[in-house]
Ligand binder design. Sequence first.
Ligand code: GLU
Length: 429
Amino acid sequence: MYTTGYYKEPGPKLDEDSPFKSMMERFRFAANILELDEGMFQYLASPVKQVIVSIPVVMDSGEIEVFEGYRVIHDNVLGPSKGGIRYAPDVNLEEVKALASWMTWKCAIVNVPFGGAKGGVRCDPTRLSKGELERLTRRYTSNMLEVFGPDRDIPAPDMNTNEQVMAWIMDTYSMNAHKTETAVVTGKPLILGGSQGRKEATGRGVVTVTLAALNKKGMLPNKCTVAVQGFGNVGSVSAELMYEQGAKVIAISDLSGGYYNKDGIDIPKAKEYAQNNNNLLEGYSKAEKISNEELLQLECDILIPAAKEDQIGRHNAGNIQARIIAEGANGPVTANADSILEDKGIMVIPDILANAGGVTVSYFEWVQDRQGYFWTEERVNRRLNRMMRDAFDNLFKVSEEHDITLRQAAYVYGINKVATTLKMRGIYG
Ligand code: GLU
């Protein structure tokens, strides 16, 4: 057992269920299976770089407000680091650290040549005007000019950031580089060097691996019921593609609560409703209103938590009735719920596999930007499906070999790949 080192250093008190604690618990389990030596464990547990910046913004009122921004580079063993940037009132360094290391394992699992990183700005984006959001984004980027770069560290969208935010990052970086550098960020608008299929990629990947899991269990999508938590980019696309597969999507949810219809929800119509309603399902009348907690505990075949971290923990894991959980969000299940779900025989497709479609198409976008040659949507989706499918099959094999869960297999495979590469590169100095 690994008892010393980074994780034990005094630092901010960790919540019992903090994403960083969950990540470390699973990391330690995999490290034991791999018999990683202590030095390698220390290396892979410690982020390469953690940057905290303050971001002064002149608000529309004329007053200055100062925000805090983070970028954590967990590692760059496999290549330049890659990972999204989130804007949220509760973002903090511990959370960003966990998310950055998940990016490392995620990239390793789908075989894209990137290390892992994550960024965030502690702010409430719903209270910022478009102008304030732009000034905040540009100043954050400007503070990170030495960190970001197409060969160094490449951001992307995450919670509450979108194509427009990526366009401002690209422009700010390019203005300072005195040339247009599209490959410095992914998830850009198509017109600025974005990729076909990038917006839908995470949800599409979730559905690819869900179908692969159904296949292993001998289940058919058109005989399945599905509940989806979260109706943002990942949740709405996952719901829509499962609906297209003939599955009955019996529940969806967003910040306004959950919506349940035992006969199934017409997802394209619900999407259209939300689009015309400030991106909220509030007031959607073709379903019964339920709470988020009730949604998670519904009797269904497939549960797709696609909202945020720490939704299924020790307190409710025992009540989950789904047969398969496909983690659209990062970290929706805490580590202390893992064994409860395992004992119930629920197959969990872990986040670092299930939602890796986003970074996979980010990789395609980066490749296309660097080549100046753009692919059709058909090519993007075909390659995405193949990579996700291969990753699923691969991890399934690892899980059978070691008689472990898919999540444990994902950590074992990801960590082993980075550790093996690191051994070949050696330690400089
Ligand atoms: N934010 C996404 C994730 O968590 C995408 C990251 C990227 O494309 O770099 O996987």
